[in-house]
Design a protein around this ligand. Structure first.
Ligand code: NCD
Length: 312
């Protein structure tokens, strides 16, 4: 396989290759973990600033990106709720917004938008790296990278891993990006657990088939939970649904189901977990297999590593 080109834009999970993930990214994330845990701030981005354009709600992605810039010694500038508070409301395109941010000499642009392809539009005109922090029901590659690292941290390998992706797989972008990453490894099996109307889309299933990843579909977490190493819970993406029924039946973690999960298995969730559907109830939080806060913390280290790698 051709050696991966130097990292510039981060737009989708397909763009990475396995050896870059294992030999460049994971060691860099571990380095950042040590730096942060030792209470240090780096000078990598000294005198540089990163612009964050967030057109959709976010807590973790935005604050961890901001903190990542700060811990690298740079300055983050954010337009939160850019859909209302930026010129988007006046009809400005992503192309023009990007040209403007370029004109102000930012060193990178991080974009979360409500439509698929927004960051690719930005990247097509940007002179500085564009990072996709979630584009509608498209992808969320930085989330998938931190998810993959969390799996690696817990199992010390990805090959042979059995993962259940649970919940709203049709509109969730994290599960799409994670599927693409997992497809780069050997003997991976994915169980897609969702109500029929919210199952994983055909483009991902086709990609898995082409890459030798086996999968099965189910609508009953109770049946799948004892068989897998990783249970990746997700919330219903209500903001993107168009009339699909989602009552959470069969795709909710319960104490009973958790009691059937292997002691060495782990439960992840990109968060936020939803209080309405209660797919991962608060009362289960302290179970040692639930690694959601380790996962979230890895978001900071992963985003530091990525910013360091893309900004010159
Ligand atoms: C996810 C997202 O925005 O896609 N959140 C996140 O970045 N951790 C998941 C979600 O909103 O359900």
């Amino acid at each position: 396989m051709a050696k991966q080109k130097k990292l510039f834009h981060i737009l989708s999970s397909q763009q990475f290759d396995r050896s870059w993930l294992e030999k460049s990214l994971f060691p860099e994330i571990l380095k950042m973990q040590r730096v942060v845990r030792a209470g240090k701030v780096l000078t990598t981005l000294k005198g540089k600033s990163v612009c964050l354009l967030f057109y959709e709600p976010s807590t973790r992605t935005r604050t961890s990106f901001e903190q990542a810039v700060i811990k690298l010694g740079g300055i983050p500038v954010t337009t939160e709720n850019a859909k209302e508070f930026s010129s988007a409301i006046k009809g400005e395109t992503m192309f023009d917004t990007t040209r403007i941010i370029n004109a102000y000499y930012f060193s990178a642009i991080v974009i979360r938008s409500d439509y698929e392809g927004a960051s690719s539009e930005a990247a097509s005109v940007s002179k500085v790296p564009v990072i996709n922090a979630g584009d509608g029901a498209g992808q969320h590659p930085t989330q998938a990278l931190l998810d993959l690292f969390t799996i690696y941290e817990n199992f010390k390998k990805i090959d042979g891993i059995r993962v259940a992706m649970v919940g709203d797989l049709k509109y969730g972008r994290t599960v799409r990006s994670l599927s693409y990453l997992l497809a780069k490894f050997k003997k991976v099996h994915i169980a897609f657990v969702a109500p029929q109307s919210l199952q994983m889309k055909a483009d991902i299933l086709d990609h898995l088939k082409e890459n030798g990843v086996t999968y099965n579909k189910s609508s009953d977490l109770a049946k799948v939970a004892p068989m897998v190493d990783v249970i990746y819970m997700t919330r219903a993406q209500k903001e993107r649904m168009s009339g699909e029924k989602f009552d959470g039946d069969g795709v909710r973690m319960t104490r009973e189901i958790l009691s059937t999960v292997n002691k060495k298995s782990i439960v992840l969730h990109p968060l936020p977990r939803s209080n309405d559907f209660n797919e991962l109830p608060e009362e289960l939080t302290d179970d040692p297999r639930i690694k959601i806060f380790q996962q979230a913390e890895n978001g900071l280290f992963t985003r530091m590593a990525l910013l360091k790698m893309v900004i010159k």
